[in-house]
Design a protein around this ligand. Structure first.
Ligand code: HPA
Length: 238
């Protein structure tokens, strides 16, 4: 086992869906996968491996924020040989073009986290981006499934509660939505030469102050998970 994941080598599939919430990982495993085995419960950050349409897929909670996600992502890649990660989660809509229930594909990740500067030093503003193959595949899979997607820049906020940030400026520059992980995931994917894509549902909107009803949350969550899983099976070679 690695420091934070209680699995043996080989227990985790090369393709992983990564929700922030470990209870969502459990829900996905129990409701969408067959032949499910739980491989980790360390810190209640559950991880499961099962099959979807006959292909082996794991689901691992990441926790909230880049520091937590970076722990699980790094161990998945370095200790368990994971090659493809789909972050699935909720986000706050920022752009007026983004609406409640929309499914968003994260093309790139902006952040106010220091992880970029910690990696490259000052005056180098690296742009973490999605794997284009996965992005293209998810976009067309969504079309086939009749799911409406928006594609663009996602802001990974370092703080959920931050009244000092100029959100309007980010909106003016085309940022679609905010969550707390995508830039970190894409940076680590680039560092370790693996593929990553973030797929989000809009659960609340920063401009309108709307928040999703429990029913809408369930439906759009279902669309996002089925999109991630169908994209995943198309991109597993065997
Ligand atoms: N901010 C950060 N993360 C989020 C939000 C938000 O408004 N909504 C859902 N995840």
């Amino acid at each position: 086992m690695s420091t934070h994941i209680g699995a043996n080598k080989g227990d985790i599939a090369e393709t992983v869906l990564m929700p922030g919430d470990p209870l969502r990982a459990k829900f996905i495993a129990e409701n969408y996968l067959d032949n499910v085995v739980q491989y980790s419960s360390v810190r209640n950050m559950f991880g499961f491996t099962g099959t979807y349409k006959g292909k082996r897929i794991s689901v691992q909670g990441s926790g909230m924020g880049i520091p937590s996600l970076a722990i699980y992502t790094t161990e998945l890649i370095k200790e368990y040989g994971v090659k493809t990660i789909y972050r699935v989660g909720s986000c706050g809509g920022m752009s007026p073009d983004v609406h409640m229930r929309d499914v968003i594909l994260g093309q790139a990740g902006t952040t106010d986290s220091s992880i970029i500067e910690n990696t490259f030093g000052p005056n180098m503003y690296y742009s973490p981006i999605a794997d284009f193959g996965l992005l293209d595949s998810a976009y067309h899979t969504a079309e086939e499934m009749g799911i409406n997607t928006k594609v663009g820049n996602i802001f990974a906020a370092d703080r959920f509660y931050n009244d000092e940030i100029d959100i309007q400026k980010l909106i003016d520059y085309g940022v679609l939505a905010t969550e707390m992980e995508t830039s970190g995931l894409y940076l680590l994917a680039a560092k370790h030469h693996i593929r990553a894509l973030t797929i989000l549902t809009v659960s609340d909107h920063l401009l309108s102050g709307e928040a999703m009803s429990a029913k809408d949350r369930e439906t759009s969550f279902d669309e996002m998970i089925r999109l991630a899983l169908n994209t995943a099976v198309k991109n597993i070679e065997e």
